[in-house]
Design a protein around this ligand. Structure first.
Ligand code: FUB
Length: 340
């Protein structure tokens, strides 16, 4: 399209000065880390990567994970505990295969694990499971969240106590199959010069078990106020949405997928619109890039994964962490985890 042809590709300049950790655990492969602070301690809710012997395909079927295990630590750099299985696919009545990137939340004495998996019809849905402990075991609800679809749930608690779930992922994550509001097994993408598929947001009900109100698109706009376009592969949303709040602004960060960046956009409301700012994390070793951002003891951290421990196998990843720095103007320094 003419739009993409006239756009200069800005190569992000990395200013990474903080050290990148080693893999947080080496006993198992872990990915897609969603980090939270509960009772002053850091808990990381990752995918548990395994080699299920499924051949690599564009639809991601080789990411054939079957359970979740939680990591915890008192502080970044401290001892990391790998906890027992928190939820197994065999204990999720509606799930068929592929337990992908989860997230967690806490409310009124209960911990909630939110997770995507394909149902028995091979359609990605998002489930919820609860526990009295942040590390589980979690008990799954018998059905996925009504009205949920696609992958990569991320739950953000606003200062007023409202909870929002962001979700969605294109290609293997099936978001492109829901353009009409109904599931269509055909993959249909907007043309390169059309607005890109955006992540979804839904406010959660008081018990965090269902969506309150409708699922909406999260608008990601360029600085001129127009939506990012499908052809802007180095900027547009692909998967792995995450929201954090800094100085009263809402930061939406996400993976650009086939261009492998973690990009971010800033807004004044938890539901957007968000204005594109730049790249937080440049591509890592392995195809996927997926992260979370959390504050602990006055410092901000980026949890992410790469495939270094498996020698580059895309579906066998390991969670790492580094410090994330907001500049005085609120923008974020670009991190390059490949340079140390
Ligand atoms: O781990 C499986 C999938 O890979 C996640 O859901 C995506 O975000 C990507 O990291």
């Amino acid at each position: 399209s003419t739009t993409t042809e006239t756009q200069a590709v800005e190569e992000p300049v990395a200013e990474q000065v903080s050290p990148i950790s080693d893999p947080l655990v080496t006993e198992i492969f872990t990915a897609d880390p969603s980090a939270h602070v509960f009772n002053g301690k850091i808990y990381v809710y990752p995918s548990h990567d395994i080699d299920a012997g499924v051949p690599e395909k564009d639809d991601g079927s080789h990411f054939a994970m079957t359970d979740y295990r939680v990591l915890s630590m008192d502080s970044v750099g401290g001892k990391v505990t790998l906890h027992d299985v928190a939820l197994d696919i065999k204990d999720v009545p509606w799930a068929g295969r592929q337990m992908w990137a989860p997230d967690a939340a806490y409310k009124d004495g209960t911990y909630y694990l939110f997770f995507p998996a394909k149902d028995k019809q091979d359609i990605f849905r998002i489930g919820v499971a609860t526990s009295s402990s942040p590390v589980g075991p979690f008990k799954a609800q018998p059905e996925p969240i009504a009205g949920s679809f696609s992958i990569d749930p991320a739950v953000f608690k606003d200062d007023n106590g409202d909870y929002y779930m962001y979700f969605g992922g294109i290609w293997g994550g099936q978001l492109q199959r829901w353009a009409s509001g109904q599931y269509n097994p055909e993959d249909v993408y907007p043309a390169d010069d059309q607005p890109a598929l955006m992540p979804k947001v839904a406010k959660l009900s008081d018990d965090l078990m269902s969506f309150e109100g409708e699922v909406k698109d999260v608008q990601i706009l360029d600085k001129d106020g127009t939506p990012l376009l499908t052809g802007e592969n180095d900027k547009r949303f692909f998967e792995a949405a995450w929201v954090h709040k800094y100085n009263d602004k809402y930061y939406l960060s996400y993976s650009t997928g086939d261009t492998h960046n973690i990009a971010y956009a800033i807004g004044d409301s938890p539901t957007g619109p968000f204005t594109y700012q730049g790249v937080i994390l440049k591509p890592v070793l392995g195809w996927t890039n997926h992260h979370s951002i959390v504050e602990h003891n006055g410092k901000w951290y980026l949890f992410f994964h790469d495939s270094s421990l498996s020698g580059g196998k895309t579906h066998l990843r390991s969670v790492k962490v580094t410090e994330l720095k907001h500049r005085p103007d609120g923008t974020i320094e670009t991190i390059d985890a490949m340079v140390e």
